[in-house]
Design a protein around this ligand. Structure first.
Ligand SMILES: [Fe+2]
Length: 299
C-alpha cells in the first residue's frame, strides 16, 4: 500500500476517535440519520482503503476531506456561541480544507477606527478569497503529485504562498485587534519591547513608520525570532515578500488599501495612528509567550 493510503488510514482512525468521543454530545444537536450516514461513510472508506480498492489517491482524498468537513460542521454545532477556536479538536487541517475563521467581534465593533463596511468587505470578501485560493492551490498541487504532472507547479506554488500568507496574516490580524484594545502591553512582552527597541514609544514609532512606508499593498509585522531570541519589525509586500521565514509574527497591521480606503481614502498614516487604539495587547502577549517556548540553536 502506498504511504499516502496508509497515512489516510491512520487519519481515518484518528478522526473516528474524535467522532466517538463526541457522540453523546452530538445526539443533542445533530440529526441521528446524519450521524449514521457519516459513520457508514467513514467505515466504507476505511474498508475500501484496506481492500486497496482506490486507484487514485486524489479520489480517496476527496472522500476523506468531505468526511472531515462534515464532522467539523457537527463539532461547530456543539459549540455554537462559544469561541470557534475551541471547536478545532482535530489538529490537522486537511489538504484544501482551510476555513474562514469568524470575526471575534461584530463588524461594527472597531468603530470609529475601522468602519463596519470595511470590516465586512475585508473579512467576508478579501479574507475568504485567500482561503479559497489556498485550498485550490493545495488541491492542485496534490493532483500534480498524484498524476506526476508538474507543468504548472510554479503557478500553484505562487498561489499557495500568496493566499496562504494572506489567510494566516488576516487570521492573526482579526485577533490582535479588539474594541477594548489600545494602551500598552505589559509583563514580559513590554520588557522585551524595551530591550529590543529602547522603549514602547520608540517601538510604536518604528512600527508606524514601517507600516506607512510599505510599497503598495502589504503589512507591518512584529516578529519574534526563536534563533536570535529578539523581537524585530518587518514589512511584507503583498503577503509573502520580504519575510524572514524563521520568525514568529506577533503583531500584524494590514496596510492594503482594502483595509482602510473607505474611511481614510489615501491617508494611510491617519489609519495607522488610529489603529493603535484597538490593538489587543493581551492577545499579542499570548502569542509572544507561546513563541518564547521555541528554542532553536542560536546562529
Ligand atoms: Fe487585508
Amino acid at each position: 500500500m502506498s504511504q499516502y493510503f496508509s497515512a489516510l488510514q491512520s487519519w481515518c482512525e484518528e478522526v473516528f476517535t474524535v467522532y466517538q468521543e463526541s457522540i453523546p454530545l452530538f445526539r443533542e444537536k445533530v440529526e441521528e440519520h446524519a450521524l449514521q450516514e457519516w459513520e457508514a461513510n467513514i467505515t466504507q472508506l476505511q474498508e475500501e482503503l484496506s481492500d486497496q480498492t482506490f486507484l487514485q489517491e486524489w479520489e480517496a482524498y476527496q472522500r476523506a476531506n468531505e468526511l472531515y468537513l462534515q464532522l467539523n460542521d457537527y463539532l461547530a454545532a456543539l459549540h455554537q456561541g462559544e469561541d470557534q477556536r475551541m471547536t478545532n479538536q482535530l489538529e490537522v487541517v486537511p489538504i484544501g480544507g482551510h476555513t474562514l475563521p469568524p470575526l471575534p467581534y461584530r463588524y461594527n465593533a472597531l468603530e470609529p477606527y475601522i468602519d463596519q463596511e470595511t470590516m465586512r468587505l475585508h473579512h467576508d470578501k478579501h479574507h475568504r478569497s485567500y482561503v479559497e485560493g489556498l485550498n485550490k492551490a493545495e488541491k492542485e498541487m496534490q493532483k500534480a503529485r498524484a498524476t506526476n504532472n508538474f507543468e504548472l507547479i510554479k503557478h500553484w506554488e505562487r498561489e499557495a504562498a500568496f493566499n496562504g500568507a494572506g489567510h494566516y496574516l488576516h487570521t492573526i490580524f482579526w485577533n490582535i485587534m479588539s474594541p477594548q484594545g489600545g494602551g500598552q502591553p505589559s509583563g514580559d512582552l513590554l520588557r522585551e519591547i524595551n530591550q529590543s527597541f529602547g522603549s514602547f514609544a520608540q517601538f510604536k514609532k518604528h512600527f508606524s513608520e514601517a507600516a506607512n512606508a510599505v510599497e503598495g499593498g502589504g503589512w507591518a509585522i512584529l516578529v519574534w525570532s526563536p534563533r536570535a531570541r529578539r523581537l524585530e519589525i518587518l514589512q511584507a509586500e503583498k503577503h509573502q515578500n520580504l519575510s524572514q521565514w524563521d520568525v514568529v509574527p506577533l503583531l500584524v497591521l494590514d496596510v492594503w488599501e482594502h483595509a482602510y480606503y473607505l474611511r481614510y481614502k489615501n491617508e494611510r498614516k491617519k489609519y495607522i495612528d488610529n489603529w493603535w487604539n484597538i490593538v489587543n495587547w493581551p492577545e499579542v502577549e499570548k502569542r509572544f509567550n507561546a513563541a518564547k517556548h521555541l528554542r532553536w540553536p542560536p546562529y
